[in-house]
Design a protein around this ligand. Structure first.
Ligand SMILES: *Cc1c(COP(=O)(O)O)cnc(C)c1O
Length: 388
Protein backbone atom coordinates (compact mmCIF):
# COMPACT_ATOMS: atom_id res chain seq x y z
CA UNK A 1 0.00 0.00 0.00
CA UNK A 2 1.33 3.39 -0.98
CA UNK A 3 1.95 6.11 1.56
CA UNK A 4 -1.10 8.25 2.16
CA UNK A 5 -3.36 5.75 0.48
CA UNK A 6 -6.06 4.25 2.64
CA UNK A 7 -6.88 0.59 2.47
CA UNK A 8 -10.08 1.55 0.70
CA UNK A 9 -8.19 3.42 -2.02
CA UNK A 10 -5.96 0.42 -2.55
CA UNK A 11 -8.90 -1.97 -2.83
CA UNK A 12 -10.67 0.42 -5.12
CA UNK A 13 -7.68 0.50 -7.45
CA UNK A 14 -7.87 -3.28 -7.84
CA UNK A 15 -11.60 -3.97 -7.75
CA UNK A 16 -12.89 -0.96 -9.63
CA UNK A 17 -16.66 -0.50 -9.58
CA UNK A 18 -18.31 0.07 -12.93
CA UNK A 19 -18.83 3.62 -11.69
CA UNK A 20 -16.05 6.16 -11.94
CA UNK A 21 -15.09 9.72 -12.82
CA UNK A 22 -13.02 10.48 -15.91
CA UNK A 23 -10.98 13.68 -15.65
CA UNK A 24 -9.72 15.12 -18.92
CA UNK A 25 -6.50 16.92 -18.01
CA UNK A 26 -6.09 18.27 -21.54
CA UNK A 27 -9.48 19.98 -21.29
CA UNK A 28 -8.41 21.40 -17.91
CA UNK A 29 -5.29 22.75 -19.58
CA UNK A 30 -7.25 24.35 -22.42
CA UNK A 31 -9.66 26.01 -19.97
CA UNK A 32 -6.68 27.31 -18.00
CA UNK A 33 -5.25 28.76 -21.23
CA UNK A 34 -8.52 30.50 -22.07
CA UNK A 35 -8.89 32.00 -18.61
CA UNK A 36 -5.26 33.11 -18.57
CA UNK A 37 -5.73 34.81 -21.95
CA UNK A 38 -8.89 36.55 -20.77
CA UNK A 39 -7.23 37.83 -17.60
CA UNK A 40 -4.18 38.88 -19.61
CA UNK A 41 -6.36 40.87 -22.00
CA UNK A 42 -7.54 42.86 -18.99
CA UNK A 43 -4.06 43.41 -17.61
CA UNK A 44 -3.74 40.63 -15.03
CA UNK A 45 -0.33 39.06 -15.34
CA UNK A 46 -0.92 36.16 -12.97
CA UNK A 47 -3.38 33.31 -12.53
CA UNK A 48 -3.90 31.37 -9.31
CA UNK A 49 -6.02 28.30 -10.13
CA UNK A 50 -8.17 27.32 -7.17
CA UNK A 51 -7.91 23.61 -6.35
CA UNK A 52 -9.61 23.48 -2.96
CA UNK A 53 -12.12 20.77 -2.05
CA UNK A 54 -10.32 18.06 -4.00
CA UNK A 55 -10.13 20.40 -7.04
CA UNK A 56 -13.92 20.72 -7.00
CA UNK A 57 -14.20 16.93 -7.06
CA UNK A 58 -11.66 16.47 -9.88
CA UNK A 59 -8.76 15.31 -7.68
CA UNK A 60 -6.47 17.70 -5.81
CA UNK A 61 -3.00 16.43 -6.63
CA UNK A 62 -3.35 15.37 -10.29
CA UNK A 63 -5.10 18.63 -11.23
CA UNK A 64 -2.65 20.79 -9.28
CA UNK A 65 0.38 19.01 -10.74
CA UNK A 66 -0.94 19.50 -14.25
CA UNK A 67 -1.73 23.19 -13.71
CA UNK A 68 1.68 23.81 -12.14
CA UNK A 69 3.31 22.11 -15.13
CA UNK A 70 1.35 24.41 -17.45
CA UNK A 71 2.73 27.46 -15.69
CA UNK A 72 0.18 28.41 -13.05
CA UNK A 73 1.77 31.30 -11.14
CA UNK A 74 0.38 30.09 -7.81
CA UNK A 75 -2.31 27.75 -6.51
CA UNK A 76 -5.14 28.43 -4.08
CA UNK A 77 -6.55 26.00 -1.51
CA UNK A 78 -8.95 26.43 1.40
CA UNK A 79 -7.17 24.68 4.25
CA UNK A 80 -3.58 24.20 5.34
CA UNK A 81 -3.76 20.42 4.99
CA UNK A 82 -4.61 20.80 1.31
CA UNK A 83 -1.53 22.98 0.90
CA UNK A 84 0.68 20.47 2.69
CA UNK A 85 -0.62 17.68 0.44
CA UNK A 86 0.45 19.72 -2.59
CA UNK A 87 3.93 20.33 -1.14
CA UNK A 88 4.24 16.61 -0.42
CA UNK A 89 3.34 15.96 -4.06
CA UNK A 90 6.37 18.03 -5.06
CA UNK A 91 4.67 21.26 -6.10
CA UNK A 92 6.90 24.30 -5.66
CA UNK A 93 4.82 27.28 -6.86
CA UNK A 94 3.41 29.64 -4.20
CA UNK A 95 0.33 28.18 -2.51
CA UNK A 96 -2.14 30.51 -0.84
CA UNK A 97 -4.41 29.09 1.85
CA UNK A 98 -7.64 31.07 1.48
CA UNK A 99 -9.36 29.92 4.64
CA UNK A 100 -8.99 31.53 8.00
CA UNK A 101 -5.84 31.02 9.99
CA UNK A 102 -6.07 29.11 13.25
CA UNK A 103 -3.35 30.28 15.65
CA UNK A 104 -1.82 26.89 16.32
CA UNK A 105 -1.28 26.33 12.58
CA UNK A 106 1.30 29.08 11.99
CA UNK A 107 4.21 26.67 12.26
CA UNK A 108 2.66 24.40 9.64
CA UNK A 109 2.54 27.30 7.20
CA UNK A 110 6.16 28.15 7.90
CA UNK A 111 7.30 24.51 7.72
CA UNK A 112 5.77 24.09 4.28
CA UNK A 113 6.29 27.58 2.83
CA UNK A 114 2.57 28.17 2.44
CA UNK A 115 1.22 31.69 1.95
CA UNK A 116 -1.01 32.84 4.79
CA UNK A 117 -4.27 34.73 4.59
CA UNK A 118 -4.19 37.20 7.47
CA UNK A 119 -7.34 38.99 8.48
CA UNK A 120 -6.73 40.77 11.77
CA UNK A 121 -4.06 42.76 13.58
CA UNK A 122 -3.82 40.07 16.27
CA UNK A 123 -3.07 37.45 13.64
CA UNK A 124 -0.46 39.68 11.99
CA UNK A 125 1.18 40.07 15.40
CA UNK A 126 1.18 36.30 15.93
CA UNK A 127 2.56 35.49 12.48
CA UNK A 128 5.25 38.18 12.66
CA UNK A 129 6.34 37.02 16.11
CA UNK A 130 6.47 33.35 15.16
CA UNK A 131 8.41 34.04 11.96
CA UNK A 132 10.85 36.23 13.93
CA UNK A 133 11.33 33.49 16.51
CA UNK A 134 12.23 31.06 13.76
CA UNK A 135 14.36 33.56 11.87
CA UNK A 136 12.14 33.29 8.79
CA UNK A 137 9.94 35.52 6.70
CA UNK A 138 6.28 34.54 6.43
CA UNK A 139 4.57 35.14 3.08
CA UNK A 140 1.30 36.93 3.74
CA UNK A 141 -1.76 38.04 1.80
CA UNK A 142 -3.95 40.56 3.65
CA UNK A 143 -7.68 39.88 3.49
CA UNK A 144 -10.05 42.80 3.17
CA UNK A 145 -13.80 42.38 3.55
CA UNK A 146 -15.61 44.63 1.08
CA UNK A 147 -19.06 43.10 1.43
CA UNK A 148 -18.98 39.32 1.85
CA UNK A 149 -18.97 39.45 5.69
CA UNK A 150 -17.00 36.21 5.82
CA UNK A 151 -13.37 36.81 6.83
CA UNK A 152 -11.27 39.92 6.40
CA UNK A 153 -10.89 43.38 7.87
CA UNK A 154 -13.65 45.76 6.73
CA UNK A 155 -12.36 48.12 4.07
CA UNK A 156 -13.80 51.07 6.02
CA UNK A 157 -11.81 50.29 9.15
CA UNK A 158 -8.59 48.89 7.72
CA UNK A 159 -6.17 51.79 8.37
CA UNK A 160 -4.56 50.34 11.53
CA UNK A 161 -4.36 46.88 9.94
CA UNK A 162 -2.49 48.25 6.92
CA UNK A 163 -0.13 50.25 9.12
CA UNK A 164 0.61 47.16 11.20
CA UNK A 165 1.29 45.18 8.04
CA UNK A 166 3.75 47.81 6.83
CA UNK A 167 5.63 47.58 10.15
CA UNK A 168 6.03 43.78 10.12
CA UNK A 169 9.68 42.83 10.33
CA UNK A 170 9.27 39.15 9.43
CA UNK A 171 6.35 39.14 7.01
CA UNK A 172 6.60 39.65 3.31
CA UNK A 173 3.33 41.28 2.24
CA UNK A 174 2.92 39.36 -1.01
CA UNK A 175 -0.63 40.39 -1.75
CA UNK A 176 -3.88 41.93 -0.66
CA UNK A 177 -7.25 40.54 -1.62
CA UNK A 178 -10.99 40.56 -1.28
CA UNK A 179 -13.91 38.51 -2.56
CA UNK A 180 -17.09 39.47 -4.41
CA UNK A 181 -20.44 38.49 -2.92
CA UNK A 182 -22.44 38.71 -6.18
CA UNK A 183 -19.77 38.21 -8.83
CA UNK A 184 -21.94 36.33 -11.31
CA UNK A 185 -23.97 39.42 -12.09
CA UNK A 186 -22.14 41.98 -14.19
CA UNK A 187 -24.75 44.63 -13.55
CA UNK A 188 -24.63 44.29 -9.82
CA UNK A 189 -24.09 47.60 -8.04
CA UNK A 190 -22.47 45.77 -5.12
CA UNK A 191 -19.71 44.37 -7.36
CA UNK A 192 -18.80 47.84 -8.63
CA UNK A 193 -18.82 49.27 -5.10
CA UNK A 194 -16.76 46.39 -3.72
CA UNK A 195 -14.11 46.90 -6.42
CA UNK A 196 -13.90 50.67 -5.85
CA UNK A 197 -13.62 50.27 -2.07
CA UNK A 198 -11.01 47.54 -2.46
CA UNK A 199 -8.90 49.68 -4.79
CA UNK A 200 -8.96 52.56 -2.32
CA UNK A 201 -7.55 50.21 0.36
CA UNK A 202 -4.87 48.81 -1.94
CA UNK A 203 -3.78 52.35 -2.81
CA UNK A 204 -3.27 53.13 0.88
CA UNK A 205 -1.22 49.96 1.34
CA UNK A 206 0.87 50.78 -1.71
CA UNK A 207 1.68 54.20 -0.24
CA UNK A 208 2.66 52.64 3.08
CA UNK A 209 4.87 49.94 1.54
CA UNK A 210 6.30 52.05 -1.26
CA UNK A 211 5.55 49.25 -3.72
CA UNK A 212 2.53 47.44 -5.08
CA UNK A 213 1.72 43.99 -3.68
CA UNK A 214 -0.45 41.66 -5.78
CA UNK A 215 -4.02 42.93 -5.73
CA UNK A 216 -6.69 40.31 -6.39
CA UNK A 217 -10.45 40.01 -6.13
CA UNK A 218 -11.75 38.13 -9.22
CA UNK A 219 -12.99 34.53 -9.14
CA UNK A 220 -14.63 32.72 -12.09
CA UNK A 221 -17.87 34.68 -12.06
CA UNK A 222 -16.22 38.08 -12.13
CA UNK A 223 -13.51 37.04 -14.58
CA UNK A 224 -16.32 36.13 -16.98
CA UNK A 225 -18.90 38.80 -16.15
CA UNK A 226 -16.72 41.71 -15.04
CA UNK A 227 -13.17 41.19 -16.35
CA UNK A 228 -12.19 44.75 -15.46
CA UNK A 229 -11.82 43.34 -11.95
CA UNK A 230 -8.86 41.14 -13.00
CA UNK A 231 -6.27 43.50 -11.39
CA UNK A 232 -2.86 41.81 -10.86
CA UNK A 233 -3.99 38.21 -10.35
CA UNK A 234 -7.19 36.19 -10.84
CA UNK A 235 -8.47 33.25 -8.80
CA UNK A 236 -10.65 31.10 -11.05
CA UNK A 237 -12.07 27.89 -9.62
CA UNK A 238 -15.19 26.42 -11.15
CA UNK A 239 -14.56 27.82 -14.65
CA UNK A 240 -11.24 25.99 -14.85
CA UNK A 241 -13.17 22.77 -14.66
CA UNK A 242 -15.24 23.86 -17.64
CA UNK A 243 -18.29 24.68 -15.59
CA UNK A 244 -19.93 28.02 -16.01
CA UNK A 245 -20.87 29.56 -12.64
CA UNK A 246 -24.33 30.25 -14.06
CA UNK A 247 -26.22 29.78 -17.32
CA UNK A 248 -26.11 33.48 -18.17
CA UNK A 249 -22.31 33.26 -18.36
CA UNK A 250 -22.27 30.14 -20.58
CA UNK A 251 -21.58 31.96 -23.82
CA UNK A 252 -18.65 34.13 -22.73
CA UNK A 253 -15.90 31.55 -23.24
CA UNK A 254 -16.10 28.10 -24.89
CA UNK A 255 -15.04 26.25 -21.74
CA UNK A 256 -14.96 22.46 -21.89
CA UNK A 257 -16.29 20.21 -19.12
CA UNK A 258 -13.35 18.36 -17.57
CA UNK A 259 -15.29 15.75 -15.63
CA UNK A 260 -17.33 12.85 -16.91
CA UNK A 261 -19.26 10.73 -14.41
CA UNK A 262 -20.12 7.34 -15.81
CA UNK A 263 -21.59 4.09 -14.64
CA UNK A 264 -23.24 1.06 -16.16
CA UNK A 265 -26.64 -0.57 -16.30
CA UNK A 266 -26.64 -3.41 -13.77
CA UNK A 267 -30.28 -4.44 -13.78
CA UNK A 268 -33.19 -4.36 -16.22
CA UNK A 269 -36.87 -4.97 -15.54
CA UNK A 270 -40.33 -4.13 -16.76
CA UNK A 271 -42.34 -2.19 -14.20
CA UNK A 272 -46.06 -2.67 -14.48
CA UNK A 273 -48.41 0.29 -14.86
CA UNK A 274 -49.26 1.72 -11.45
CA UNK A 275 -46.29 0.19 -9.61
CA UNK A 276 -44.31 2.50 -7.36
CA UNK A 277 -40.52 2.74 -7.67
CA UNK A 278 -37.90 3.20 -4.90
CA UNK A 279 -38.27 4.44 -1.32
CA UNK A 280 -41.62 5.98 -0.42
CA UNK A 281 -42.89 5.27 -3.94
CA UNK A 282 -42.52 8.91 -5.02
CA UNK A 283 -43.01 7.81 -8.65
CA UNK A 284 -45.50 5.37 -10.18
CA UNK A 285 -45.20 3.94 -13.66
CA UNK A 286 -47.88 5.57 -15.82
CA UNK A 287 -47.87 2.47 -18.08
CA UNK A 288 -45.85 -0.72 -18.42
CA UNK A 289 -42.33 0.58 -18.85
CA UNK A 290 -38.70 -0.51 -18.83
CA UNK A 291 -36.73 0.61 -15.81
CA UNK A 292 -33.01 0.08 -15.34
CA UNK A 293 -30.92 0.29 -12.16
CA UNK A 294 -27.60 2.15 -11.99
CA UNK A 295 -25.10 1.52 -9.16
CA UNK A 296 -24.51 5.08 -7.97
CA UNK A 297 -26.31 7.08 -5.31
CA UNK A 298 -26.12 9.88 -2.82
CA UNK A 299 -23.49 7.90 -0.91
CA UNK A 300 -21.20 8.84 -3.80
CA UNK A 301 -22.37 12.44 -3.80
CA UNK A 302 -24.92 12.12 -6.61
CA UNK A 303 -27.44 14.32 -4.91
CA UNK A 304 -30.68 12.86 -3.58
CA UNK A 305 -32.24 16.17 -4.55
CA UNK A 306 -32.06 14.90 -8.15
CA UNK A 307 -34.73 12.26 -7.40
CA UNK A 308 -37.43 12.51 -10.09
CA UNK A 309 -35.49 15.49 -11.58
CA UNK A 310 -32.13 14.44 -13.01
CA UNK A 311 -31.46 12.82 -16.38
CA UNK A 312 -28.85 10.34 -17.55
CA UNK A 313 -27.60 9.25 -20.97
CA UNK A 314 -27.77 5.66 -22.22
CA UNK A 315 -26.97 4.73 -25.83
CA UNK A 316 -26.93 8.45 -26.64
CA UNK A 317 -30.50 8.98 -25.39
CA UNK A 318 -31.55 11.11 -22.44
CA UNK A 319 -33.75 9.40 -19.83
CA UNK A 320 -35.24 10.55 -16.51
CA UNK A 321 -34.34 9.32 -13.05
CA UNK A 322 -37.51 7.95 -11.45
CA UNK A 323 -38.19 7.55 -7.76
CA UNK A 324 -35.86 8.63 -5.03
CA UNK A 325 -32.11 8.32 -5.49
CA UNK A 326 -30.93 5.68 -2.97
CA UNK A 327 -27.59 5.69 -1.18
CA UNK A 328 -25.98 3.28 -3.66
CA UNK A 329 -28.38 2.95 -6.60
CA UNK A 330 -30.87 4.85 -8.68
CA UNK A 331 -33.51 3.93 -11.23
CA UNK A 332 -34.05 5.26 -14.73
CA UNK A 333 -37.17 4.99 -16.90
CA UNK A 334 -36.15 4.10 -20.46
CA UNK A 335 -39.74 3.77 -21.68
CA UNK A 336 -39.63 1.70 -24.88
CA UNK A 337 -35.88 2.30 -25.22
CA UNK A 338 -33.20 -0.34 -25.33
CA UNK A 339 -30.55 -0.99 -22.72
CA UNK A 340 -28.58 -4.04 -21.73
CA UNK A 341 -26.68 -4.84 -18.57
CA UNK A 342 -23.21 -3.41 -19.00
CA UNK A 343 -24.29 -0.46 -21.17
CA UNK A 344 -22.51 2.74 -20.27
CA UNK A 345 -24.57 5.34 -18.39
CA UNK A 346 -23.37 8.95 -18.33
CA UNK A 347 -24.59 11.02 -15.39
CA UNK A 348 -22.44 14.11 -16.05
CA UNK A 349 -20.77 14.79 -19.38
CA UNK A 350 -21.23 13.79 -23.01
CA UNK A 351 -22.30 10.59 -24.70
CA UNK A 352 -22.77 10.73 -28.44
CA UNK A 353 -24.33 14.06 -29.33
CA UNK A 354 -26.09 14.48 -26.00
CA UNK A 355 -24.69 15.90 -22.80
CA UNK A 356 -25.64 16.55 -19.22
CA UNK A 357 -23.94 19.61 -17.75
CA UNK A 358 -23.17 20.22 -14.10
CA UNK A 359 -24.93 23.58 -14.50
CA UNK A 360 -28.12 21.79 -15.53
CA UNK A 361 -27.99 19.42 -12.55
CA UNK A 362 -27.30 22.39 -10.27
CA UNK A 363 -30.46 24.13 -11.44
CA UNK A 364 -32.53 20.96 -11.00
CA UNK A 365 -31.14 20.43 -7.50
CA UNK A 366 -31.49 24.12 -6.67
CA UNK A 367 -27.81 24.55 -5.90
CA UNK A 368 -24.63 25.83 -7.57
CA UNK A 369 -22.50 23.83 -10.03
CA UNK A 370 -19.72 24.16 -7.44
CA UNK A 371 -21.69 21.87 -5.14
CA UNK A 372 -22.44 19.31 -7.87
CA UNK A 373 -18.71 18.67 -8.35
CA UNK A 374 -17.51 18.94 -4.77
CA UNK A 375 -20.25 16.57 -3.60
CA UNK A 376 -18.71 13.72 -5.65
CA UNK A 377 -16.71 11.95 -3.02
CA UNK A 378 -13.94 9.58 -2.28
CA UNK A 379 -16.00 6.45 -3.02
CA UNK A 380 -15.79 7.23 -6.74
CA UNK A 381 -12.48 6.26 -8.38
CA UNK A 382 -10.97 8.96 -10.62
CA UNK A 383 -9.30 8.09 -13.91
CA UNK A 384 -7.10 10.69 -15.56
CA UNK A 385 -6.96 11.13 -19.33
CA UNK A 386 -4.39 13.19 -21.25
CA UNK A 387 -2.01 15.51 -19.50
CA UNK A 388 1.03 13.89 -21.13
C1 LIG B 1 -13.44 29.38 -3.88
C2 LIG B 1 -12.82 30.70 -4.03
C3 LIG B 1 -12.49 31.19 -5.32
C4 LIG B 1 -12.89 30.48 -6.59
O1 LIG B 1 -14.27 30.69 -6.84
P1 LIG B 1 -14.98 30.16 -8.17
O2 LIG B 1 -16.36 30.72 -8.10
O3 LIG B 1 -14.98 28.68 -8.11
O4 LIG B 1 -14.19 30.67 -9.31
C5 LIG B 1 -11.80 32.37 -5.39
N1 LIG B 1 -11.48 33.07 -4.26
C6 LIG B 1 -11.80 32.65 -3.03
C7 LIG B 1 -11.43 33.47 -1.84
C8 LIG B 1 -12.50 31.46 -2.87
O5 LIG B 1 -12.84 31.06 -1.64
Amino acid sequence: MQDGMSNFDALQAVHSRPTWIEVDLDALGRNFGQLRARAGAYGAAAVMPIVKANAYGHGLVPCALHLARLGADALGVAFVEEGIALRQAGIHVPILVLGGLVGSQIDLFLDHQLDLTVSSIAKLDAVDAQAAKRGMRARVHLKIDTGMERIGVHDYSSAAFLERAARCSHCEIVGIYSHFACAKRADHHLTVTQLANFLAVTKRLEDLLGRRPLRHIASSGSLLAFPESSLDLVRPGVALYGVSPSRELDSILPLEPVLRLRSEVVYFKVVRAGSGVSYEHTWHAPRDTRVVTIPIGYGDGYMRRLSNRGHVLIRGERYPIVGTVCMDMLMVDIGDGTAYNGDEVVLIGAQGAERVLATELAELAETTPHEVGTALNHRLPRKYLGGG
